[in-house]
Design a binder for this molecule. Structure first.
Ligand code: SF4
Length: 217
């Protein structure tokens, strides 16, 4: 059972430096309970060899990526894990229904859904780290298409390589949006170079100031 971190929900709701009051907490707990009952987390991931034929170019599987940001983050990596995660369409139904009666509940479902899918990503990320450790490899933080100069167009590659629609029931629109909406794709570099990477990503990492692999935009 994956726990949805309440502090992340409140952060998405805009509570920074202030505590939500008792009524917001109660309402959030009620929404989280309904969300958990309505959602079915699913995931798929695959580890592939990674090569870099020239600066700012990476190849994994049949995907060729041109990205300075991703290249910096993946330097020295010999493999990459591609992953896709969803919490299913239940959250979208709850949001749509709530929008008709309570925009507050709709905002809480949005925030809780976002926190939930990230928590599922973290869980999959830990499984990938476990596999990497067994092979003597270290994982970099995950990096999603659409972040920095890693083009969102590569969603098409992720969908083809991981057969995302068939395996976890997520669809990709012509405008590259995923449905269900609380779905994530990402790539994780695996290297023999040890780095104190944290699952929360470079933004939360104590080593970010002097790390040459830092995920930057
Ligand atoms: S900044 Fe931290 S999390 Fe990011 S690549 Fe460097 S060590 Fe890893």
């Amino acid at each position: 059972m994956i726990e949805i971190p309440r502090k992340e929900i409140y952060r998405y709701l805009g509570y920074r430096g202030i505590e939500p009051d008792e009524s917001v907490r109660r309402r959030t707990e009620d929404c989280v309970q309904k969300l958990c009952a309505a959602c079915t987390p699913r995931s798929i991931w695959k580890v592939l060899p990674l090569s870099s034929p020239s600066e700012n170019v990476l190849i994994t599987g049949d995907m060729e990526i041109h990205s300075a940001n991703l290249y910096r983050n993946m330097q020295g990596c010999e493999k990459a894990a591609l992953l896709a995660v969803t919490i299913g369409q239940g959250v979208d139904l709850l949001i749509r229904r709530a929008e008709l009666v309570s925009m507050t509940d709709a905002a809480i479902y949005q925030a809780a859904g976002a926190a939930y899918v990230e928590a599922v990503c973290d869980d999959v990320n830990r499984q990938i780290i476990e596999k990497a450790v067994k092979e003597g490899l270290y994982c970099r933080p995950r990096f999603s298409p659409g972040y920095g100069d890693f083009s969102l167009e590569h969603q098409k590659d992720f969908f083809r390589i991981l057969e995302i629609t068939k395996t976890i029931g997520v669809n990709l629109s012509d405008s590259l949006l995923m449905a269900p909406s609380k779905s994530v794709t990402a790539m994780i570099g695996m290297s023999r170079t040890a780095k104190p990477c944290v699952i929360e990503g470079c933004e939360s990492c104590g080593s970010r100031d002097d790390c040459s692999f830092r995920r930057d935009t």
